[in-house]
Design a protein around this ligand. Structure first.
Ligand code: BV8
Length: 243
């Protein structure tokens, strides 16, 4: 894989960002949403990742998250996450904006992270709105209940039809606008408003580097497209960049 041109650009860049999706965690054994083995294959998004689904059948929704928590609990960050964590210390400004809720970027050592869709290890009381960390695997009681008021707890994640946290989205937009380069890694680029971020970078003169197994609706706008596994391509880029 010839990286000459991108290496020159990355050596000059001062502000680098990443928009990551489920694909960056695929090599850690976590199923993606829309791929061959995708989570949506067995379920339909509207059956699970929506407030209406939770209202209708909180146990079914929690069975899905409980199952994902068990998989994620056993998963380790892969070379893709680890390379990005290493790069954070090499650049004056390096941010990861992730759509993933698995927490693997943080476990790999990244610090500058915006978790646009929340975090599977956080739960929120549906009555009081309080947010707590809960790493119980498996959850004994579905749905789990608030110790304080007995109300149902929900995953502290953003479901379809729910707005993203305003501060998170503003921070992500600020990062996208300031980026000399945005890597868009392992995302089908179909979920908004996250998928709008690379266009912000492009509109402000930044470059888009997409890494994916296959082309996406973003590919025709990307300045570089590397076809392949992020867990292989990122370490290859790193060895060219930092020898
Ligand atoms: C909202 C929950 C305001 C957490 C998820 C325009 C503007 C605003 C909103 C919309 C809009 N158009 C439509 C909408 C509505 C909707 C939306 O975008 N729908 C889409 C499907 C059309 N957006 C929303 O509802 C958002 N809310 O905008 O609020 C609002 C309010 C009311 C009404 C309208 C608007 C909320 C979006 C968040 C939804 N929550 N998940 C959870 O349980 O995880 S989204 C779900 O999909 C995941 O969170 C995930 O983050 C997200 C994106 O999926 P990807 O990460 O891209 O994963 P996917 O499997 O799709 O792709 C994996 C990719 O990796 C593939 O390309 C594959 O080729 C690649 N790959 C695989 N292996 C590898 C690899 N690449 C590299 N290496 C590998 N090894």
């Amino acid at each position: 894989m010839v990286f000459k041109e991108i290496i020159y650009i990355l050596k000059k860049a001062k502000f680098i960002s990443v928009l990551s999706g489920a694909g960056i965690s695929a090599e850690s054994g976590i199923p993606t949403f829309r791929g061959e083995d995708g989570l949506w294959k067995k379920y339909r998004a509207e059956e699970l990742a929506t407030p209406q689904a939770f209202e209708r059948d909180p146990v079914l929704v929690w069975e899905w998250y409980n199952w994902r928590r068990e998989i994620i609990g056993k998963a380790q960050p892969n070379q893709g996450h680890i390379t990005l964590a290493k790069w954070e210390s090499l650049y004056p400004n390096f941010w990861v904006i992730t759509q993933n809720i698995d927490g693997l970027h943080r476990r790999a050592g990244s610090k500058n992270i915006v978790e646009l869709h929340g975090n599977i290890w956080k739960v929120r009381c549906t009555r009081e709105g309080t947010i707590k960390e809960n790493t119980e695997i498996p959850l004994k009681e579905l749905p789990p209940k608030c110790e304080n008021c007995g109300g149902f707890l929900r995953p502290h994640v953003v479901w379809f039809g729910e707005s993203l946290d305003r501060n998170d989205m503003e921070k992500a937009e600020e990062i996208a606008i300031s980026s000399d380069v945005m890597f868009v890694i392992g995302t089908s680029a179909v979920v908004y408003p996250a998928a709008s971020l690379p266009f912000l970078t492009k509109r402000n003169g930044g470059l888009i580097v997409e890494i994916n197994l296959a082309e996406t609706p973003l590919t025709s706008y990307a300045d570089f497209f590397f076809k392949g596994r992020s867990g292989e391509i990122l370490p290859q880029l790193d060895s060219e960049l930092n020898g």
